[in-house]
Design a binder for this molecule. Sequence first.
Ligand SMILES: *[C@@H]1O[C@H](CO)[C@@H](O)[C@H](O)[C@H]1NC(C)=O
Ligand SMILES: *[C@@H]1O[C@H](CO)[C@@H](O)[C@H](O)[C@H]1NC(C)=O
Ligand SMILES: *[C@@H]1O[C@H](CO)[C@@H](O)[C@H](O)[C@H]1NC(C)=O
Length: 480
Amino acid sequence: MKTLLSFFIFLHLLGTSAAVYKQWIPNTNFENASNWDKKRVPCANDVVVFGSSEEVSVFVQSPHILTDMFIPLNGEFVMAPGAGFAAFDSNYEPGCQTGSEITFTSSGRSQWYDPTLWHAAVSMENLEMGKYIFSTDEERAPCQYDDVLFQPETSFWVNIESSEQMIHLRSISIMGQKFTHDDTLAEYMQSRSAKLQFHGQGTFRLSNARCPDKSGCECGNAAEHQRICAALLQNSEGQCAVPTCQNPLEPVGHCCEICGAMISLEYSSGFDIELYRDRILHTFLSLPKNAGVQMAISKVHGPRTFLGLFPRSSASLIQVVLIDNRTGSESGTHAKQLAEDVMNDIAEYGDSFGIVRGSLQIATGNNWSAQGTGPHVGATTAGTVIGLLLILLLLGIVLLLYRKGILRSFPPVPMLSRWKRMKDLDSFGEAVDKGFDNPMFDTPSNLAALDGACSMGEMGSKNSQVYFINPLYDETELQA
Ligand SMILES: *[C@@H]1O[C@H](CO)[C@@H](O)[C@H](O)[C@H]1NC(C)=O
Ligand SMILES: *[C@@H]1O[C@H](CO)[C@@H](O)[C@H](O)[C@H]1NC(C)=O
Ligand SMILES: *[C@@H]1O[C@H](CO)[C@@H](O)[C@H](O)[C@H]1NC(C)=O
């Protein structure tokens, strides 16, 4: 308890609201080989071709000798000091004997809401070191209190079209200039460069403020869910990979179903999401034995009703998603172990963190443990079953009193309709029993558009390699 207390004090000194920095990955730099159809940088014998209608800003870092160049009608080159183009004077350039036409192909595809085009980290240092955080797909794109970074010395092309035509951010940095206020950014957005960088209808609103609610803020990308998932799955024809577990989980804000564990927390006014994130990180995730597990924790907009029956008291809940790097019948089993540890911790210390209730859902490749309702029924679900039993019990008592003549004023109930009611309740109980697949989230719209069966199996491993390099991202920041 003493350690818990000092932990509290330590974290309060750090301030509660953590920053998230989102860095745009692609660029339209001249020297980036992947921006050319031949997947190499043009050399002296080459004829360089930009499509005449290409509206693009291209950063040029160094001097280039070229045979010829067709430039776009509406584009720009941003030259670094010393950079430039010169005509090839038929001097021999090593490695460029086979000159040819080489076309710039980079612009016109990148969507702001493509979750694969952003790196996310809790500090600038972590961004530089490649310590990225894992999050649901909606939260991989910039959220309303994030700092967005376009790297200095890079040009870019991004379509900022959104359904709300308004992108809320804390700040945005473009080519080394940081904008924190709407008016200065609006001025920049009128510039020629900005018009070549940002395309589509859309404006930015900068708050220059962190999330004001210590229990956390929703990301704010729910309205863009379809757009985000369409971008994510554009290379797989809109299909998620097939899950390697039974009853895979559907985290709110995620495009595909996943194997692993998911904890949903109901919280009280004392809850502090950063404090609790650090609790899980330092108590569980940073243990060497948990190296293969990644966590995403965020406030999400819960389903409006629980099992479609009872209105929820609070529309927001804290969602903790845990995935691991295990495969086949082992997939999700490591996340499951960790989630169970976290649930035990909640049972013991949840109160002191302002956690009212936690419910756990698990999907592992081990089909035996994933089957049925078994031990993995969340606390909330169990609560509902108890609630139903209570209703039945009350009904029984009323019936008994009525029969004994104690409840005379009770309107006479014909036997038939009474049986009907009992039967309804029975089948209702059955429905609940069967409904345990996914008691917390009835979000058909999430995935309906993506054509049903989805999973994170393949995608998860891809993500682990490329994007979600280190779940223990803020170790260094906390120690700093
Ligand atoms: C080159 O561009 C691609 C796509 O735009 C991007 O993913 C990659 O990081 C860039 N490489 C460098 C070295 O900037
Ligand atoms: C999972 O990741 C951990 C830590 O990076 C590594 O030690 C382990 O070998 C990985 N396991 C699998 C099955 O890839
Ligand atoms: C469960 O897994 C075993 C092997 O681990 C397999 O033989 C069996 O068919 C699976 N059952 C189901 C229902 O998937």
